[in-house]
Each structure stands twice: as C-alpha cells, then as structure tokens.
Design a protein around this ligand. Structure first.
Ligand code: NAP
Ligand code: F7E
Length: 324
C-alpha cells in the first residue's frame, strides 16, 4: 500500500486529493495546524474512511520532520498555503513564511528524512501576474502582482532548485484557478454562487463585488487533483501548466450563475471599491498542451458546468438550512 502525506488537507484541494488517493488505495495522512475551532468540515467523511491527521505547521520545521519520520510517505503533496490573494497584502510576512518558506521547510524535511520521497508543489498561475505572453505556458516568464504571487514564485523556484541540487523527484504544478462547491466563501466564484443562493431564497438583497472585467481560466478542482497525482507517477520529474485553456470575465461568470436560478445579475451585483486590489491580474489563460500530451490529462467539467454545479450545491445548502 502506498502512503501519501498531504499538507493543506483541510482545504478545498486537500479534500478532493485525499478522496482521490483513498480511491486509489493509498494510506492517506494529512497535516493539520492547531486551531481553536473545527477545521475538518470538508474531510469529515474521509476521516471515517481512514484519513489520519497529524498535528503540524508549515512554519514549524520540526513538526514536518517528525511527521515524515513517523509515517514514512512515498509521496508528499504540499497544498498548504495562505492562499487568499487580498490577505497577502494585509499579511505579506506571514504569507512569505507559509507560502514561500514553507516549501523550503518541506523540501528540507524530505532531504533530511528520505530524499527518495516524491514531492508535489502547488504552484499557481498568479506567478504570471501581469502576463508577458498569452496564453501562458511552462516557459512564460513570471511577473507576480501580489505578495501571494511573489511567494508562489519563490516556492516554484526552490522546488526546481532542490530537484537540480539534490536529485529529489520534485515537481511544480502551475495550476490555474480551480473551483468547486468546497471552495472557500471569500473566492469570487463561491462568493457569487453562495450569494445567488441567498438572494434566490430572499436572505440577501445585493452582491457586492470588485473588478468585474478581470478574466480567469476557471476549472474544476476534482479534475485538477488528478493532474497532481499524474505528475508524481511519471518516470521523470517535470513542471506542468494545468488549465482549461479558456478564459471568462467575472461578469460572464455572474451572468451564468444568476441565470441558473432565473435571475439577471445586473439587478443584484453592485461594484464596491473595497473589493478592488492594489495591483490586479487582469487576464489569465493557460496553455496546458504539455500536460495533455505527456500526462494524458484533460478537464472533464467545462466553465458553465462548473458554475452551475456550484450554484446548485449552494441552493441545496441554503434550502436545507432554511428547513432546519
Ligand atoms: P485553501 O482552501 O485555502 O486551503 C489551504 C490549506 O492550507 C488549508 O488546509 C489550510 O489550513 C492550510 N494552511 C494554511 N496555513 C498553514 C500553515 N501555516 N501550516 C499548515 N497548513 C496551513 O486552498 P486550495 O484552494 O485548496 O489550494 C491548495 C493549494 O493550491 C494552495 O497552496 C494554493 O495556494 C494553491 N493553488 C490554488 C489554486 C486554486 O485556484 N484553488 C490555484 C493554484 C494554486 P486551515 O484549514 O487550518 O486554514
Ligand atoms: O479572484 C476578481 C478579483 O479571489 C478572481 C486563489 O485560489 O486563484 C485564486 O486567486 C478574480 C480577481 O481568485 C471580487 O479581483 C472581483 O481578479 O477568486 P479570486 P484569485 O485571486 O485569482 C489563484 C490561481 C491562486 O493561486 C489563489 O490561491 O475575481 N473579483 N470581485 C473578486 N475576487 C474576490 N475574491 N472577491 C470579489 O468580490
């Protein structure tokens, strides 16, 4: 039985990846940071199915070494991060500690405990930022536009460096935005799907958003965790862009979401200055041809299917809340 260790297991991707690994017969461990409130909401059913949690933090090197010594994993997926872009301006140093140096701490733990462990780093299209070319592929230069994007660029390059310095099987997956009904409520797709469900139920009157013209290449998280796993099953470590290769504005996403419940977004969406960013990433669109060719990966859920799935899930959640 293969053993995997996942940081960020309590997050959106962690929940989808843990389910995939269980399905493939892995013994799955996750690192959970200490919190005074329950953070396992997304993975409760998976804990029932055998996922085990180990206490640790990306800021605490010893906890990472201890976790690896204890469970002796063959694959490590580093999904843990301060991942919300606006927070990275409010807490740039914390973001650097967790999202950037956390990667080095993971790689050091691997180097010390067992350099044969295969390592996946959750890199991001935010590294492309003010894009230097369109669409963006593995060779597109980075121009990050937030402390988060800068931290991810560091995480990418330290992964490449440990691969080249120590011959560690370390890969960087450059993933474009991916969403699901498990997405955090602060990210724009989920903010919209949840807002639509509340407005439809009469619990909310308007939806306050920022830049409606920004364009993103949005895919489904369930499809993207398959790509993470595939990257660690290759003969050689390499870096891959994962994307749908389509882009849509936030406005178009609102149109699709509201129309799913028979509403017109223009009647409810209000632009609010507090949701604009100090520096914006205006356009992202990936070129995932390398992953499609070499990994045999392709997304199964399209843009409309994704947004409708999220709206349907939130409508059901709100209706259940009302019934209780
Ligand atoms: P998410 O839902 O925000 O989950 C982040 C996870 O990191 C949570 O489990 C969180 O734990 C954990 N974490 C935060 N600080 C930590 C620390 N100091 N030590 C240990 N764990 C810590 O993010 P996601 O959407 O699943 O994304 C997964 C990864 O992919 C992240 O690295 C993100 O930056 C990257 N990424 C995401 C996307 C996307 O569109 N989703 C695209 C490209 C890259 P708590 O539950 O305790 O908060
Ligand atoms: O914003 C615009 C906002 O916060 C998307 C993270 O997973 O993907 C994510 O980062 C766009 C931006 O995601 C609101 O200005 C408008 O242009 O959903 P988001 P993100 O910043 O693209 C990347 C790949 C990651 O790696 C990150 O971890 O939507 N937008 N109005 C808004 N965004 C938010 N959050 N809220 C609004 O009201």
């Amino acid at each position: 039985m293969k053993t995997a260790l996942v940081t960020g297991i309590t997050g959106q991707d962690g929940s989808y990846l843990a389910a995939l690994l269980l399905d493939k017969g892995y013994k799955v461990y996750g690192i959970q940071r200490r919190s005074s409130t329950i953070s396992t909401e997304r993975i409760e059913p998976l804990i029932e199915e055998g996922v085990e949690l180990i206490s640790g933090d990306l800021i605490d090197e010893n906890s990472l070494i201890r976790a690896m010594e204890k469970i002796d994993p063959c694959e490590v997926y580093n999904l843990g991060a301060q991942s919300f872009v606006p927070t990275s301006w409010d807490q740039p140093i914390l973001t650097g500690e967790v999202t950037a140096l956390g990667v080095t701490r993971m790689l050091e733990a691997i180097r010390i405990v067992n350099p044969k462990i295969r390592f996946y780093q959750a890199s991001s299209s935010e590294m492309f930022g003010k894009v230097r070319e369109t669409p963006q592929n593995e060779n597109t230069p980075f121009y990050p536009r937030s402390p988060y994007g800068v931290a991810k660029a560091y995480g990418h390059w330290i992964t490449v460096n440990y691969r080249e310095s120590y011959d560690i099987f370390a890969v960087s997956g450059i993933l474009f935005n991916h969403e699901s009904p498990q997405r955090g409520l602060e990210f724009v797709t989920r903010k919209v799907s949840y807002g639509v469900a509340k407005i439809k139920a009469g619990l909310q009157k308007e939806l306050r958003l920022g830049n409606l013209e920004a364009k993103r290449d949005w895919g489904f998280a369930g499809d993207y965790v398959r790509a993470m796993w595939l990257m660690l099953q290759q003969d050689e470590p390499d870096d891959y862009v994962i994307s749908t290769d389509e882009t849509h504005t936030v406005k178009k996403m609102c149109e699709v979401a509201f129309s799913r419940v028979g509403l017109n977004y223009e009647d409810y969406v209000v632009q609010a200055p507090e949701f604009f960013r100090p520096a914006e990433v205006q356009l992202l669109i990936g070129d995932s041809s390398k992953a499609r060719k070499k990994l045999g990966w392709k997304p199964e859920v399209d843009f409309r299917g994704l947004i409708e799935m999220m709206v349907d899930a939130d409508v059901e959640r709100i209706n259940n809340m009302i019934k209780e």
